[in-house]
Design a protein around this ligand. Structure first.
Ligand SMILES: Cc1ncc(COP(=O)(O)O)c(C=O)c1O
Length: 397
């Protein structure tokens, strides 16, 4: 018999609650910054799980640029790009993004989710093949699902398996290798030079989602291609404006002029969904400018990430290795990750526990994400709090 929708949804929610896996939403009542006010709690808490890598979300110049664009262009475009929603600020930010990524052109979307799911089905269809890393972000996975191309998944960062899949798919009309730059749940970095070499052998195009790499990797924060010295060699780069570049929202595709021209004509979110609001373009453009002029922010982020990682190890934790600003600590099951997150919050450290289905059951984790504007005192406080809670919960002795 057909079930009542709400009743069946409530039943599933109750099951999550009983299993201890129901997510709790906290309400931040101030700007995103290392310390925030929280509705549920008196005083401030230290945030160690935002994507505000460079600390630009509350930067006065970034906020002012957003306000200026809001005043100049109004609340929104009230149109998709091709009807009457292309404003001069879109052209400006797209030029800045192309420059950042050493590509001919770039195109913005309202989110990187939209960019990935708008890009992949546009460029890959019947007769084509997509070869995707097993740990790729959900938006890349969904982008692949929306495409009529054949789909292959290679074992995470396993170059032998990637080559096997390239062999299997080599007769495709168009061939794509798709990877995150920095893998968001592990914090490790794609083997980009190897991927590029393999792709070249098979005449495949590489799609790199560098959402967690931009602002973080490379001496100037231009991402994983800069880190490996291969700027200008990646066919297609996608990214977000919602992390290091101001933290608002928005995403983009950067690549050849032909690719961008084609996406403007065919990518469904470009045709059927409103353009990026000017205020976001304004604040993100300022963030890109700050990134270009203040490499010290990127260096600070790198240095304090090292301090945090070493500090955790000294206290008995075993964070996953990596060079990005993501430091995962595997704690076991989802229920325990949520419990530890709650215990940390009670002590003033806000860090979300991740469990199933975001990561497989058994490897639930706390994912620390660093921010360049954290002070040394805040990092010490975080480490001391981790130690206190870790001991109390038996994660460390
Ligand atoms: C690798 C990666 N790609 C894409 C996205 C989606 O970005 P946005 O928030 O701009 O949609 C995320 C966000 O978590 C991400 O981590």
């Amino acid at each position: 018999m057909t079930m009542d929708l709400d009743a069946s949804l409530k039943e599933e929610l109750s099951a999550m609650e009983r299993a201890g896996t129901l997510k709790t939403f906290r309400h931040i009542a101030s700007r995103m910054a290392p310390e925030v006010a929280m509705e549920e709690r008196k005083g401030t808490v230290l945030v160690l799980s935002s994507n505000n890598y460079l600390g630009l979300a509350d930067h006065p110049e970034v906020i002012a640029a957003g306000i200026a664009a809001l005043k100049e262009y109004g609340a929104g475009t009230a149109s998709v790009r091709f009807i009457c929603g292309t404003f001069s600020i879109h052209e400006k930010i797209e030029q800045a993004l192309a420059k950042l990524h050493h590509t001919e052109a770039a195109l913005t979307y309202v989110a990187c989710w939209t960019a990935n799911t708008g890009l992949i089905p546009a460029v890959a269809g019947e007769g084509d093949a997509l070869i995707s890393d097993a740990f790729n972000h959900a938006s890349l996975i969904d982008g692949c699902r929306l495409s009529k191309a054949r789909r292959f998944v290679y074992k995470h960062s396993d170059m032998a398996d990637l080559e096997a899949k390239l062999q299997e798919a080599k007769n495709a009309r168009r061939l794509f290798v798709i990877t995150d730059g920095v893998f968001s749940m592990e914090g490790d970095i794609a083997k980009l030079p190897d991927i590029l070499a393999l792709a070249k052998t098979y005449n495949a195009s590489v799609i790199l989602d560098d959402s967690h790499g931009v602002g973080v990797m490379g001496l100037n924060g231009r991402g994983v291609p800069e880190h490996f010295g291969v700027e200008g060699k990646v066919d297609i780069i996608t990214g977000t404006l919602g992390k290091a570049l101001g933290g608002a929202a928005g995403g983009y595709v950067a690549g050849s002029q032909a690719l961008i021209d084609y996406l403007q004509q065919t990518s469904r979110p470009q045709l059927f969904s409103n353009a990026l609001p000017a205020t976001i373009a304004g604040s993100a453009m300022k963030a890109i400018e700050i990134l270009a002029h203040e490499p010290a922010r990127v260096a600070r982020l790198r240095d304090i990430t090292k301090v945090m990682r070493e500090g955790l190890k000294k206290r008995g934790f075993r964070p996953l290795d990596g060079a990005s600003a993501i430091i995962p600590i595997i704690v076991g099951d989802t229920v325990f990750a949520i419990r530890m997150s709650q215990a940390l919050l009670e002590e003033g450290v806000f860090i979300t526990g991740f469990g199933y289905p975001v990561v497989p059951e058994g490897v639930a984790r706390l994912r620390i994400q660093m921010c360049a504007s954290l002070t040394d005192a805040q990092i010490d406080f975080a480490l001391d709090t981790f130690e206190k809670v870790g001991k109390r919960l038996g994660v460390i002795v």
